[in-house]
Design a protein around this ligand. Structure first.
Ligand SMILES: [Zn+2]
Length: 144
């Protein structure tokens, strides 16, 4: 399944290749203060392949807080956060926000709340390596 998503204005778009076709998509409504304020509900498939297309990089704000091990890619034009990345041992891992999906039946998405506040930094990175999308590419897209 090819999942298309984007911020509200289309500056940040992504395609997530999820194989085989999912019968359900587990999504984590993170309860950290940033995700609560932004409505961040995240999913990832460690075997998936993610391509992120940025139209105007000057209009992407990369925000980090807390342990500063993750970057929230926020569209500076419309305020939506489609992607979070974490660089671990020179590899980029990512999760995507199910609220920014365009072509997915909402009935496929299984939302659950998640709390990572108490997690130690080491186990946090190990979890991301295990669960986050490990094949991530950022490309500069040309406006059409
Ligand atoms: Zn936008």
């Amino acid at each position: 399944m090819l999942i298309n998503g984007q911020c509200h204005c289309g500056n940040i778009r992504f395609v997530l290749d999820w194989q085989p076709d999912p019968t359900e998509i587990p999504a984590r409504a993170c309860d950290c203060t940033f995700c609560t304020k932004h409505g961040g509900v995240w999913t990832s498939n460690p075997h998936g392949r993610l391509e992120v297309r940025i139209e105007n990089p000057a209009l992407v704000s990369k925000y980090a807080f807390g342990t500063e091990t993750a970057e929230f890619h926020t569209c500076a034009r419309c305020g939506v956060v489609p992607v979070v990345t974490s660089r671990i041992e020179d590899r980029i891992y990512a999760v995507v926000n199910v609220n920014t999906f365009d072509n997915v039946d909402p009935a496929l998405i299984r939302r659950a709340s998640a709390s990572f506040d108490r997690e130690q930094a080491g186990s946090r990175l190990a979890r991301r390596k295990r669960n986050w999308i490990g094949n991530v590419e950022f490309v500069r897209s040309v406006a059409t």
